[in-house]
Ligand binder design. Structure first.
Ligand SMILES: [Fe+2]
Length: 372
């Protein structure tokens, strides 16, 4: 309980009190659940490091679920699996211009994230460890457009600044951020990297003109893979420091679902920067989505259907190129994710205690060391 030793403010005390209360409530079922984890001694208590890795993952999944729920309320499929909201037909139609199955994919991605944090927290509690709990920070006002549930939110989808350099990072055969930390990968949509843009209709006023609404849908189409490529790197990066084989199994079983999301959304983002939708300029703010299949964009770096990872140097340039997830450097990965999400504007409006808690969770995860 390093957090307590450091001296907690009221918010962090609230978190630990509630987290531990949850753990206590679950303790009656701990033995039964633990007995089910019957693989080579992995039914023992978690190490402090393993618990921290899973707790940070759970917090990240809670945050993901929060914004995916917002997307689902407005542009997905509202049903028993992912309840809330009633949809915005014009926004859903703009998303369907990118892919006819867009609403289904939003729904299924949302469902996945909900199960990720629910499982991770249940697993932590089954081992007598504290879960992640961010409920006290559900205070942000989200979209007030017709179709939103109006529930208070953890995350803000309405002031995003997106780093779309993952696009060229995964198309590069020459550079890997783990080997070339100072290499600057070009942006796919430079406009999204400077300024603040909404990925959802903030109010009904955002439903027109048509180029504005399509630009909002396109922003969502780039936000989705931008987030998921982060999860794509987070899990293999953390897995390298898991001590228990069962914790390793959890991390390498959830991580690839983020990869499945990433590649799916990469393909949808490609449709925002291809004909017939591209080029497109939002007449209200000048945000432009170029056609990346036309000059001056060279095909190797920008071609929209190159959604498989290009093989690149891995571990050492003396070894052959390999098609891989990148980056996967483990040192400081959790704090890197917090900084990445913060810089994106996803937490604009949150209080200082929220950032303190996230940084504490990240620092504890980054301190985890693999036994043996
Ligand atoms: Fe997830």
């Amino acid at each position: 309980m390093k957090l307590i030793a450091r001296g907690l403010n009221a918010n962090r005390r609230w978190f630990m009190k509630n987290a531990l209360a949850c753990a206590g409530a679950a303790s009656a079922g701990t033995r039964l659940l633990a007995d089910d984890h019957n693989d080579n001694g992995n039914n023992r208590r978690l190490s402090k490091g393993d618990a921290a890795l899973l707790r940070f993952a759970a917090a990240a999944e809670i945050l993901e679920a929060d914004f995916w729920i917002q997307y689902n309320e407005l542009g997905g499929i509202q049903d028993d699996e992912v309840p809330g909201g009633s949809g915005i037909p014009a926004y859903t139609a703009a998303l369907s211009n990118l892919d006819a199955d867009f609403a289904q994919y939003i729904h299924d991605n949302t469902d996945d994230e909900i199960t990720h944090f629910t499982f991770l927290n249940a697993y932590l509690m089954s081992k007598g460890a504290a879960p992640a709990n961010l409920d006290q920070f559900r205070t942000l006002t989200g979209s007030t457009a017709t179709g939103s549930s109006g529930k208070p939110r953890l995350t803000n989808l309405m002031q995003l600044t997106l780093d779309t350099s993952w696009w060229t990072r995964y198309r590069s055969s020459a550079n890997n951020p783990d080997l070339d930390p100072n290499f600057v990968f070009p942006q796919a949509v430079p406009g999204l990297a400077s300024g603040q843009f909404t990925a959802i209709p903030r109010t009904n006023a955002d439903l027109a003109p048509a180029d504005h609404l399509q630009a909002i849908a396109n922003t969502a189409a780039f936000h989705m893979p931008t987030i998921e490529q982060g999860g794509n790197s987070l899990y293999p990066s953390m897995a390298q420091r898991a001590s228990s084989v069962e914790v390793l199994r959890i991390l390498i079983s959830i991580g690839p679902t983020e990869t499945m999301h990433f590649q799916t959304w990469s393909d949808k983002a490609g449709n925002a920067v291809s004909t017939p939708l591209a080029p497109l300029t939002d007449s209200t703010n000048g945000l432009t989505f170029p056609d990346l299949n036309s000059p001056p964009f060279d095909t190797e770096t920008f071609q929209t259907n190159l959604i498989m990872p290009e093989p690149c140097p891995f571990l050492s340039r003396s070894l052959p190129a390999c098609s891989i997830i990148r980056p996967t450097e483990t040192k400081g990965i959790a704090m890197g994710v917090v900084n990445f999400l913060t810089a994106m504007g996803l937490f604009i409006g949150q209080v200082p205690a929220f950032f303190e808690l996230l940084k504490d969770l990240a620092a504890e995860a980054d301190a985890a060391k693999r036994d043996g």
